[in-house]
Design a protein around this ligand. Structure first.
Ligand code: KE4
Length: 433
């Protein structure tokens, strides 16, 4: 596969933007190559600037759930743009959008629209702290809640100890407010509460983890978090920026029948334009300015084009059979990959929910980030290159999830399995360096 024009553009981009990109996740750095520069996309397909065609399993990291450049979505954006791009004023579209999302998430009485998942999570933490007058919070290793300082904290030296900065620029004092424990480890959660009784404002969790590869919650794990938060007077925050309207119409909370106190949403709800949200019970959301004392604001929050794009995207998802189709195709994909791994005698775990999936090169199932890190990352690297050159646009990291869209056809799945078969043949033959 010739990617020379991407390479040239990449070399130029390095002289313009740090690492040549505007988000590290798309840099291809962890897969030891330069990124493919994408020229256009339609349905389940991407074309790069060298004319190479790919079946897309990144889907803009989730938003492209109805397929790229869907006619109805493009028309909705165009219609909105003809009336103006941004007013910085209230619009009827925001009412319609809020009504639709609130109807899908009964745990929410009110919603606040923002532009990114980072803003949604940052605001949710500020709100939880205001509502409880507590500063500390619990999060899980391998969960990602955006790049605000508070969440860029790693687990401290011992289990459930105070956090340490996960990157430069995060003050130690800020990092220490985060307690990071392993996903699916309820005893670590209980220990964190025991050591910090009365000091924990919230527990943040990705109900199905999409930022460590795909990791599903263990039996009763999320239910236990709900019970503990209720007992301790802490807020349970479901970060459904990935899972919201992806694993089910009402997100993971609808699937599992769990009512979080706050929910963050993003990605799918904007359909590819910058739109995210946080929502929750009236008693919490009423603390937000301008009625409450918790300030939050945004020039482009609820932007008319993003709202129009999101409304049309969700209306397509609301059509009969959308989630059945996503689940059916996803099951065919992961069962097909599992069968191929067995045939090639490759140790592989593959799992998914709704249109979200992931794979780990490992003999044993993965229940937390620590186990994900112990998987064969070198074999993932070789797999990534083997599928990229054959036309699959796979997430360029062993610790990201894959995304399916309504536009992925039966043929796309069959073609994908043919490519994966050839890739497995190639990587199993290579000696492990
Ligand atoms: P944004 O600020 O990127 O819109 O959302 C942050 C965020 C919050 N919560 C969850 C569960 C998320 O997955 C994200 C963003 N996800 C990454 C991909 N794993 C976005 C890709 C990127 O950073 O370029």
């Amino acid at each position: 596969m010739d990617r020379m024009r991407s390479k040239t553009l990449y070399e130029r981009s390095l002289t313009l933007m740090p690492g040549g990109v505007n988000s590290p996740a798309r840099s291809f750095k962890s897969v030891e190559t330069f990124p493919s520069f994408i020229e256009r996309a339609y349905g389940s397909r991407l074309w790069d600037v060298d004319g190479n065609e790919y079946i897309d399993y990144v889907g803009s990291w989730g938003p492209a759930i109805v397929g790229h450049a869907h006619e109805k979505v493009v028309a909705a954006i165009h219609e909105a743009a003809m009336k103006g791009i941004s007013f910085g004023a209230a619009t009827e579209g925001e009412n319609k959008f809020a009504e639709l999302v609130l109807s899908a998430f009964p745990a929410m009485d009110r919603i606040r629209l923002v532009s990114t998942g980072t803003e949604a999570c940052m605001t949710a933490l500020r709100l939880a702290r205001a509502c409880t007058s507590r500063d500390k919070f619990i999060k899980f290793s391998g969960n990602y809640h955006g790049h605000s300082d508070f969440f860029l904290s790693s687990a401290g030296s011992g289990l459930a100890t105070l956090g340490i900065p996960a990157c430069k620029g995060v003050p130690k004092s800020v990092a220490e407010t985060a307690l990071t424990v392993p996903f699916n480890d309820t005893s670590a959660v209980k220990e964190a509460f025991r050591r910090n009784r009365g000091e924990i404002a919230a527990v943040f969790v990705e109900p199905f983890v999409g930022n460590a590869g795909f990791i599903r919650p263990g039996e009763g794990f999320l239910e236990t978090l709900r019970e503990i938060c209720s007992e301790e007077g802490s807020l349970l925050v479901f970060d459904e920026v990935i899972t919201g309207f992806r694993v089910a119409w009402g997100g993971a909370q609808a699937m599992l029948g769990i009512e979080p106190d706050l929910t963050t949403l993003g990605k799918v709800i904007g359909g590819g334009l910058p739109l995210a949200a946080l929502g929750g019970k009236l008693e919490f959301m009423n603390h937000l300015a301008p009625i409450g004392q918790v300030y939050q604001a945004g020039t482009l929050s609820g932007n008319p084009l993003a709202v129009a794009c999101g409304l049309r995207t969700l209306s397509i998802l609301a059509e009969e059979g959308s989630y059945d189709s996503l689940s059916r195709n996803m099951k065919r994909l992961i069962q097909g990959i599992q069968k191929l791994a067995l045939a090639h005698k490759l140790p592989l775990q593959v799992d998914g929910e709704g249109g979200l999936f992931g794979l780990f090169f490992s003999n044993t199932p993965v229940h937390c980030f620590e186990q994900a890190k112990a998987c064969d990352q070198n074999r993932f690297l070789r797999f990534f290159h083997a599928v990229l050159k054959r036309g699959l646009y796979w997430a360029p990291s062993a610790f990201e999830a894959g995304f399916l869209s309504l536009a992925h056809s039966d043929n796309d799945i069959l073609e994908t399995l043919r490519i994966v078969d050839a890739a497995f043949q190639e990587i199993k033959a290579e000696a492990i360096l």
